[in-house]
Design a protein around this ligand. Structure first.
Ligand code: IPE
Ligand code: IPE
Ligand code: MG
Length: 216
């Protein structure tokens, strides 16, 4: 999921952007619960892109504050509900205390076998592919398979459905490699307004699509 539209959600209501992000976190919580109850094997959330560092420092600091708070407040729920947490992207570039929180959360959920919740943090797909290609080259020939095995998603199922909210029709450097044969679903709904009902609708439509992978 490319969770987009927090800023516009706030602007429409004449609220500060930070409040849009705050509401966005509440949506995250609801959508993770819904994904769990629907039995999704994996859910990936694009939370902060490697290009989002271009935003004003106060907005970045708001987002990092929300991230800190989210990990602290929701970790026990993940542990209790068999959610395996995973991070995509170069999260070690985040503040040391956030890295520590993340490492604790990863360790505490590592053996969970339910839904994998992957959060993309300081994530860019081109950077991910470059890193994977380098790692693959160090081991042997570079092939589509050897690169796939070195991506941050190496232990996740193939990407089936990619959802972007807020009406933008672009991928913004998200899972470019994995999206090769993913189904795409775009909605004008802004992320803070996105509900489990919207997710259900996307999954229903996904279920009706015919995937051909180039064959016939
Ligand atoms: C998505 O909302 C959240 C992040 C990118 C972190 P935006 O902040 O991009 O909201 P818009 O696109 O300005 O409405
Ligand atoms: C993509 O949204 C990144 C996240 C949702 C984290 P952006 O709002 O950053 O994307 P652009 O700038 O509109 O392409
Ligand atoms: Mg945006």
């Amino acid at each position: 999921m490319i969770m987009d539209g927090n800023g516009r959600w706030a602007k429409k209501r004449l609220l500060p952007r930070a409040l849009g992000h705050k509401r966005g976190v509440e949506t995250v919580r609801e959508i993770v619960r819904a994904a769990r109850s629907m039995g999704l094997e994996a859910l990936t959330l694009y939370a902060f892109s490697s290009e989002n560092w271009r935003r004003p420092a106060d907005e970045i600091s708001d987002l990092m504050g929300l991230l800190r708070h989210f990990i602290k407040s929701d970790l026990e729920e993940f542990v209790a509900n068999n959610v395996r947490l995973k991070i995509l992207g170069e999260y070690h570039a985040l503040a040391p205390d956030i890295c520590e929180l993340i490492d604790t959360a990863l360790a505490r959920t590592a053996h969970n076998t339910g839904t994998t919740l992957a959060i993309a943090l300081n994530y860019g797909a081109q950077q991910e592919i470059a890193r994977a290609a380098q790692a693959a080259a160090a081991k042997g020939p570079i092939t589509p398979e050897s690169i796939t095995d070195e991506l941050d998603t190496w232990d996740m199922p193939p990407l089936d459905l990619l959802i972007r909210t807020s009406g933008e029709l672009r991928l913004s450097n998200f899972m470019l490699w994995q999206a090769a044969y993913a189904e795409l679903w775009f909605t004008d709904v802004l992320w803070p307004d996105f509900t489990p009902e919207h997710l259900r609708e996307a999954l229903n439509q996904f279920g009706k699509r015919e995937r051909r992978y180039g064959g016939r």
